[in-house]
Each structure stands twice: as structure tokens, then as C-alpha cells.
Design a protein around this ligand. Sequence first.
Ligand SMILES: Cc1ncc(COP(=O)(O)O)c(C=O)c1O
Length: 401
Amino acid sequence: MIQWKIPLTDIELGIRQRLAVAEVLKSRWPRANGVVQAFEWALAKYLGAGHAVAVSSGAAALHLGLKVLGLKEGDEVICPSFSFAATANAILHTGATPVFAEISGLDDLTLSPADLEEKINPRTRAIVAVHYGGYPCRMASILELARRHHLFVVEDAAQAVGAEYAGRRCGTLGDIACVGFFADEGGILITDNPLWASKARLLRSHGMTPAGRGCDLGYDMLDLGLNCRMDEVRAALGLSQLETLEENNFSRTKKVQRYRELLRNLKGVRLPFAQANGHRPAPSLFPIILDEEIDRDQFVSSMREAGLQTGLHYPAIHQLSYYRRRWPDLRLPLTECASRREVTLPLFPSLSQGQIELIVKKVGGALKDCRGQSPAKKKPPVKPTHRLPRERQTGQRHIIL
Ligand SMILES: Cc1ncc(COP(=O)(O)O)c(C=O)c1O
């Protein structure tokens, strides 16, 4: 394993977290002590939401969220391709078809309302709006489109707990949301709808009656569910992280500001999300976009050699092998461009000023060393020429290059 001088992220596991977990482990059956429920109540209160249903992962929260909306085969759900694979996988697991839409641009890597509108058709049932890296997406336009076309809005706020849009916390703007924390503490489904919340509670535990397994009264199964409950250890970790969430989000925001000041005048790099437009991001990632002529692989290796870990958020979903096999002709030029040029720099609450300066110095050096060698430069950039109205079996519109 590489020993990083500065890792991409670092999780706060202090004495508070350790004590919370130890307390749970003292119990004989770490499932029945109400820690999960306490976490759900605390999170719902923090977000200002009606209900929180804790499950084993962000992906499970998305899957259950889409399932309780009643999505099924033949339905289409529009989502960005510039996200983690789980966003689209959750749609496929319901039987529905993901329809990938573009990002707004290299300065705003979230779902483009204009492209979203283009892709709405009579089969569309829902939109999954991803708050990329904790930066809220253009919810006013997305919600307006959804209202006009009678569509559900599911927020993928897996990386955006604490972010605010128009004074409301992300996760409470649409119909259902998935939120997550930073140390794989599972995922939480958020909704104001009590029926959806109770259906999600049923489905997260096999679809069984609440008494459940191991109870001397036996149990019944009311619906076809999954097993994706959150365990109490994760809930205890989540609860203790909630206490420091605001402080940590503030700290990450300050680090992002410092990065921006230092990187602003560097040639060869672009800094997305410079404009918060009055909304409050909760940055969990700090993405930069390299100029086309910078060789990203070489840039990343050069950072790695200096012991500085970077990340790629994200490889476009439609270009991952599984999705490429299913949608071989789909092209999303802006998403592909961002996906080819994005690099994520380290960001975590305890990242020091000195570490940020060291990273920026290395970025500056790497940009100079890696100029003029991008494989993309060797190929002339491709431009969209015409559109086909529908893609083969899926009904998905796409652009042919
Ligand atoms: C945007 C987004 N959605 C969903 C998920 C899925 O979360 P999990 O890994 O907890 O299943 C992630 C995970 O990083 C994510 O980044």
C-alpha cells in the first residue's frame, strides 16, 4: 500500500467516535438499541426533513428511494453521467432505464437543465439530480421542469450533507433523497412523505413485519424487500459525525477558498464552481480541470511520485464497460471532456495551510512538466454534427459525433 504524504481524504476518527462505537459493541445484539433510530431522528431534524430511513449504503438509499416511487420496466429516469456509477445502477435495479444528460459546463459540473429538458419524453418518470461533490445543482430549474412535466425529483446528495440551496438543506428540495457521510457510514433516505418512509423501512428489512426475525411471535413478509439495514456501529459513527458536521464543512470550505486563491493565476488549470450563486456548498471534493494540452496521466503520476494522492471524479458512467456495452453509441461531449480532464485534489478538515501550499506548488510544477503531451491533443476535437431522434431499444436520445 502506498504511504501518502498527503492523502486525498482523511476521516475524523477521534475519541468521540471511538467511544460511540465501543458503547455499541458492549451490547450483545448491536441492532436493537435504538442508535439507528436516534441517528435517523437527529439527521431528519438537522436537515429539516420529515423522515430519515437509515440503510447500509448510499447506493441502497438511492435504490430504495426509486423503488418506493414505484419505478418499473419501461420507465425512464434522467440522470447525469458525470457521477458515481451507483447513481445509474440504482435506476437499473428498479427495472427502469437511465437516460444520461449532460453537465452544464466545465465551470458547473452538475446536471444541465437545458439538456435535461431535451430528454424528457412521455416515458420519463423521474430525475436524479446529483449535488456533485457537495456543490448544489441547479435545483430551481430542475424543480420547475419536474413540476411542469409531473416528474419525481430524487436528489443524490451522497456527497452533500449540509449543503444549502436557496436557504434549504440539500436532500429536502425534491421528493426523495439519498444522503451519505464521509466514512462509509451507510446511506440515509430522506423524504417528507410518511407513506414512502414506511415503505422504505419495510423494504430495507426483507419486506418483513417489524417484529422481524428472532421474535417469538414469528413474522410475516408483506412485500419483496432487501436486506440493507444500517447497523448500530455505523449509526453511532454517523451520530458522532453529525455533531462535528457544520464545523468540518466550514473547515473544508475555508480550504477550498485557500486553494482557489493560490491556484487562480496558474496557467493550465480551471477551477469549477467559482460562483456559488448565493447557495452554500458543502465541498467534499475539490475538482480542478486541466487544460486539454496537459497529459492527465502524467500529471497524476507526477503528483503520486511526490506522495500526493489525487482522485478522478468521475469517469463518465456511460463510458464504463458495462454501460458502453448497453449504449455503445451514446455521446455526451461536455461530460466526456470533463471526465477526461478532471483531477481531484486532497480535501479534508485537518488539511493544513502548509499542506495546501505544498500541493499547489507541486501542481504548478506538474502543469509545466506535463504540457503539450495530452493524447487528446493528437486527435482533433470532435464536434456534434447531427442528432438521432431515438436510440434503439431504450428510447434514449443521443448525439452522434
Ligand atoms: C454521487 C454519489 N452517489 C451515490 C454514491 C453511493 O454511495 P455508497 O458508496 O455509500 O453506496 C456515491 C458514493 O461515493 C456518490 O459519490
